[in-house]
Design a protein around this ligand. Structure first.
Ligand SMILES: Cc1ncc(COP(=O)(O)O)c(C=O)c1O
Length: 387
């Protein structure tokens, strides 16, 4: 089945002659077993709310189908999907290779939390190939963590090359696949052992719930993820699992539109004198563009822009002029967003050399002409503030 079909059929209820089209919300902590034998047998499937209700199972099934994996488990946030996937594979004395362009809280979890438990982290260049990763591997390296494209600056990573080096050294490759929504690329097919999504973004798609997904490529990996989440006491509310499942039904239509709007905005922005550089994997100037062309079938709505240097009051006027683009964290919802970001604060293995302010845009589902008018208004405010 193709993705568009998987997204409409996976995780739907089949057990009754007549049933709702989508799996409904089943809220439960306690499940009751009619008999002793049912209790002993039942404990292997649906047994207790924290271990998942049929709503959770349905979302897991749909994500597994989308990512092309063996099994998916849910986490209460995208960040916990990242941290649990690290905790699942390391113990005191181990070493982690973390991409330098990872989402900052993922970086901090290594630097601050894992460090306290005797796990060391080396940050690596997102453009590192097989040889560079092989050179950084140590006998105790258990996880190579990738995020492609990278947070804030959108470098695309060569996952097959990184997977070869990780596996040769006995480590697992874990990939944060949030940007593609699991739709535009398949890290597991490219050699990764685990593909993570902050379902909070495109799967939920409406900026109203937080969920993480962790999809493993084989049973041994899946068992380790399951036990990490179990021992951490992780729980996702059935309502939030349902919202993510519901969002997935329209994922492909939304992502195609996010892509279209982002591409139009990029074209428009490239013509502006105020713009120094576009950070978007679809652009030839974006590091890793050829890898993106090889490994991705498209691009989502999140990208960056480097402006020519401008004084802070002018930048403030620029942000304050927007009426449609909201200033807000997160992304992947139906709405357009713009955020000032500082890549130089979140990297140690590589250097950020641009002088101008960096903006992160999320292209929402609004009419593109309205979005361009909003941008024009902001650029006019930027110019007026510098006169
Ligand atoms: C790439 C990436 N991974 C993980 C996360 C964390 O997701 P959540 O906010 O659901 O914890 C984010 C959030 O912005 C993200 O951008």
């Amino acid at each position: 089945m193709k993705d568009n079909t998987k997204l409409t059929v996976a995780g739907r209820p089949h057990q009754r002659p007549a049933h709702p089209v989508n799996t409904p919300v089943e809220r439960a902590s306690t499940y009751l077993f009619p008999t002793y034998d049912d209790y002993v047998e039942g404990a292997k499937s649906i047994s207790y709310g924290r271990l998942g209700t049929p709503t959770h199972r349905a979302l897991e099934e749909a994500v597994t189908a989308l990512e092309g994996g063996f099994e998916t488990r849910l986490a209460p946030s995208g960040l916990q999907a990242c941290t649990a996937s690290l905790l699942a594979f390391v113990e005191a004395g181990d070493h982690v290779l973390m991409v330098d362009t990872a989402y900052d809280p993922t970086r901090k979890f290594c630097d601050r939390f894992l460090k306290r438990f005797g796990v060391e982290t080396t940050f690596y260049d997102p453009l590192a190939g097989e040889e560079e990763i092989a050179a950084l591997m140590r006998p105790n390296t258990k996880v190579v963590f990738a995020e492609s494209p990278g947070s804030l600056t959108f470098e695309v990573q060569d996952l097959p090359a990184i997977a070869r080096a990780a596996h040769a050294g006995g480590a697992r490759l874990v990939v944060d696949n949030t940007w593609s929504g699991g739709y535009f690329t398949k890290p597991l097919a490219l050699g990764a052992d685990v593909s993570i999504q902050a379902a909070t973004k495109y799967l939920v798609g409406h900026a109203d719930a937080l969920v993480g997904t962790i999809t493993s490529t084989d049973e041994r990996t899946a068992q380790k993820i399951f036990h990490a989440l179990l021992q951490l006491g992780s729980n996702v509310s059935a309502d939030d699992a349902y919202l993510a499942l519901r969002g997935m039904r329209t994922l492909s239509a939304r992502l195609e539109r996010h892509q279209e709007n982002a591409n139009e905005l990029v074209k428009w922005l490239k013509k502006r004198d105020e713009v120094e550089r576009i950070l978007h994997p679809g652009q030839k100037t974006c590091p890793g563009h050829t890898v993106w062309k090889r490994d991705f079938t498209g691009a989502s709505g999140l990208f960056g822009v480097v402006l020519r240097p401008a004084p802070l009051p002018a930048l403030k006027a620029f942000f304050n002029a927007f009426k449609l683009f909201g200033i807000g964290f997160s992304w992947g919802g139906f709405e357009s967003l713009v955020l000032p970001v500082k890549p130089e604060n979140y990297r140690t293995a590589t250097e950020w050399r641009e002088d101008g302010p960096v903006l992160r845009f999320h292209a929402g589902l609004e009419d593109i002409e309205d979005l361009k008018i909003d941008l024009e208004r902001a650029f006019m405010a930027l110019a007026a503030a510098q006169k």
